[in-house]
Every structure is written in structure tokens, then in C-alpha cells.
Design a protein around this ligand. Structure first.
Ligand code: TTP
Ligand code: MG
Length: 385
């Protein structure tokens, strides 16, 4: 049976929620992100994108480009609640859903032809039901695989619905820049440019041997397949993300306990922020430590209750760290913290609801600050205690 995959991605998600909730923002350039001196843009409404504002841009640049913009720090708790509603609509459309982030996911709709008049009808209905449930607009792509479905949902954003039929694959792919291939980042883009390959069509027409020689077998084969629109990855409901982590190699090895603790706190805050951003919590905390001689140790601890809270992650990491014996006279070259055994917060808030609520409030405030001052500026322990 032919596979059919649907990818759905909300349009200008955070900004659209703000416009939905504040009539006075509608039709105006709305920019959500860190409002402090080092803040970055999380997202911008399509009105703001016309001024050249986009995600990950320094807020200062956005302010310069869009003087009349509405600048907001946003509210993560609200976005997460909306996200839940979106996914509950999705669950009515397929039993096989792979969430990719707070506002996008894949649905395997293979063999569901019986349930719909056409694939277009299916896509339209899904968009309509999302709108009815949330008041927000989504873009949808439907194609024979994940790569093409994700690409399709982006082709006519906002309010897009693009279906890529088998016979259209190469016509759609060929003119697109290689950057549009999922997984081709800046570096790969540059390496391909050195080979004179700019478009997906050019990549598809390049001898696989040349690719293998220049990019390594693994990457070459993968790119070759994707450039021909081939992608056999299944939609994997369980395997959303297995772990969320962050590590740091220091420019100079660190020796002092105090500096190690500081680094651990920084990492814990980053991991906590990322967990909360993904709307999840971790049951197991892992510490990785590498010394000056490159010897590397990992230690893990499974907590009684999952966490997305900075100080719990920090305390656990500190405990794990003290269980590693420092080789004499050796400094620490790298530290890493990650959380695994992830669960959605809805499963998790069943535990000690009261405690969780209190903490969620506090962390809502911390995340607001982070959004305002940028992820880089950490609130440090002061706020937590
Ligand atoms: P995206 O789906 O990448 O962006 P978007 O929904 O705002 O816009 P588009 O119409 O292009 O899909 O990300 C979803 C949300 O995740 C976004 O609204 C804000 C958040 N986000 C960040 O906080 N930082 C980022 O760098 C990106 C890309 C997204
Ligand atoms: Mg989106």
C-alpha cells in the first residue's frame, strides 16, 4: 500500500496566539521573544515578517527593522495549553502521530482513504477542526513520506495546504535550494556549494560516487535518496525525543569546585528550559564529565518524580558529580547534563498536583524572564531559592 504522511505546522504560532487573544494586535506586526538587551526573536507574525523580522534574530535588530512593531515576551503556559488542544484534534485524524515540537507533528494517514473523499478533503477538514478548537490557522502538507510532507506544509505558508503527488515529486523538488532538505544545515550547504551543487535537482543529478568521496558514504547516500524524494522513515509516535541535554566544552579546563558548580547550574537551567519548551519532563538525569586527559564518565539517577525544574536538575547533577572521583591534578574539560525518560506534563501533573502548580507558576515567571532576557542570560540560583 502507498504510504501517505501528513505534516501539520501552526502558522506563526506564538504570535498568532497573541493576536487571537488581543484584538488590538490583529493585522499588526507582532514579535514575541526576549525583550532585554540580549533577547532574540522567538517568532514574528506574518505582518512583521514583511519587515524582514524572523526567528532567532536579535531583538535589537527586529526593533530597528520594525519600529511600529508590537513586542511581547509572551506566555509559554498559554502556548503549551493551546498546543495540547491542537494535538488532541490531531488524535482524531490518525492513531499514529509523531509530535515534532510544540506546534508541529506528523500523522501517518496511510490507508485512511476510506474515511475521506480525498486527501485534500482530509487536509481541509483537519485545518478546519484545528481552527474551531483553537481559533488558529495551521499549514498542512500531504505527501508519500515525512521529508516531502514537511516540505509541503511549508511551501504555501501561511494557511497552506499542499499535496505532493508521486508524479510531481521531482518537479517540486528540483528548483528548491539544497538547504530545504531536512537536515542540511549551514555546513553541509557550504560543502555542497563547493561541489557546485545549489539546488536539489543538481544534487539529484550528481554521481553518487562524487558525493561519497566528498561527504562520506553515510551522508552521501542519505542526501542522494532525499534529493530523489525517497524517505522511508516511519512516523514514530513513541520516539518523540529520547533525551534533552546540553553540554559544554570549556575553553580552559576548570579546577575549582565553585566553577564546576556554576557550570552545572548553567547547564541545569538550560536543560530545564529546554524540557519546559518541549512541554515535557525527565525521569532520569544524566551527568557527563570529561577530564583534561579526555577520560569520560557518565552517571545517572532516576528520580522518584519526573522534573523540568532547574534546581532539581542542578541538585541531582551536583550529587552525581560528587560521585565521580577527580583524577589528581586534572581539570574538567567538559560537562554535560541531560534528561531522559521523558513524559508529557499531562501525564506528570497527575503527581502532586499542588506542588506542581506552585512550581509551574514560579517557572512560568522564570521562563518569562528568560524569554525577555534571552536564554543566554540565566537567572541563576537567586530566584529559585
Ligand atoms: P515554528 O513552527 O518554527 O515557527 P512559527 O510557528 O512561529 O512560524 P511558521 O508559520 O513559520 O511555522 O516554531 C513554532 C514556535 O516555536 C514559534 O511560534 C515560537 C517557537 N520558536 C522559538 O521560540 N524559537 C525559535 O527559534 C523558533 C524557530 C521557534
Ligand atoms: Mg509553526
Amino acid at each position: 500500500m502507498d504510504r501517505w504522511i501528513l505534516h501539520v505546522d501552526m502558522d506563526a504560532f506564538f504570535a498568532s496566539v497573541e493576536q487571537r487573544d488581543h484584538e488590538e494586535y490583529r493585522g499588526k506586526p507582532v514579535i514575541v521573544g526576549g525583550l532585554g538587551p540580549r533577547g532574540v526573536v522567538s517568532t514574528a507574525s506574518y505582518e512583521a515578517r514583511r519587515y524582514g523580522v524572523h526567528s532567532a534574530m536579535p531583538m535589537a535588530t527586529a526593533r530597528r527593522l520594525c519600529r511600529d512593531g508590537i513586542f511581547l515576551s509572551g506566555s509559554y503556559e498559554t502556548y503549551r495549553a493551546v498546543s495540547k488542544k491542537v494535538f488532541s484534534v490531531l488524535s482524531r485524524f490518525s492513531p499514529v502521530i509523531e509530535p515534532l515540537s510544540i506546534d508541529e507533528g506528523f500523522l501517518d494517514i496511510t490507508g485512511m482513504e476510506g474515511l475521506m473523499e480525498s486527501r485534500r478533503e482530509y487536509g481541509l477538514r483537519l485545518k478546519k477542526e484545528i481552527f474551531e478548537a483553537t481559533g488558529l490557522v495551521a499549514s498542512v502538507g500531504i505527501a508519500p513520506n515525512k521529508f516531502l510532507a514537511k516540505l509541503a506544509s511549508d511551501l504555501e505558508k501561511p494557511d497552506g495546504l499542499v499535496i505532493i503527488e508521486k508524479e510531481d515529486i521531482m518537479r517540486v523538488l528540483s528548483p528548491l535550494p539544497v538547504r530545504r532538505i531536512w537536515g542540511v544545515g549551514k555546513k553541509m550547504n557550504e560543502r555542497l556549494a563547493l561541489l557546485g551543487i545549489k539546488t536539489i535537482g543538481e544534487l539529484a543529478n550528481t554521481d553518487i560516487k562524487i558525493l561519497e568521496e566528498n561527504l562520506g558514504t553515510h551522508a552521501a547516500r542519505q542526501l542522494y535518496e532525499l534529493s530523489h524524494g525517497i524517505d522511508n522513515r516511519p512516523v514514530e509516535p513513541e520516539r518523540e525525543v529520547k533525551s534533552i541535554g546540553r553540554e559544554e566544552t570549556f575553553t580552559e579546563d576548570i579546577y575549582k569546585r565553585e566553577d564546576i558548580d556554576k557550570a552545572l547550574l548553567y547547564l541545569a537551567e538550560q536543560v530545564g528550559w529546554r524540557l519546559r519548551k518541549a512541554g515535557t519532563m525527565a525521569h532520569t538525569i544524566q551527568l557527563k564529565i570529561r577530564f583534561g586527559d579526555f577520560s569520560t564518565y557518565t552517571r545517572r539517577k532516576t528520580l522518584e518524580q519526573p522534573t523540568a525544574y532547574d534546581e532539581e536538575i542542578y541538585e541531582t547533577a551536583k550529587e552525581l558529580c560528587s560521585s565521580v572521583t577527580m583524577p589528581r591534578g586534572m581539570g574538567v574539560r567538559l560537562l554535560g547534563i541531560s534528561g531522559s525518560g521523558l513524559g508529557t506534563s499531562s501525564e506528570i501533573s497527575l503527581f502532586s498536583a499542588r506542588d506542581t502548580q506552585k512550581k509551574e507558576k514560579l517557572y512560568g515567571a522564570i521562563d518569562d524572564l528568560k524569554a525577555r532576557f534571552g536564554e543566554g542570560i540565566v537567572t541563576k540560583g537567586n530566584l529559585i531559592r
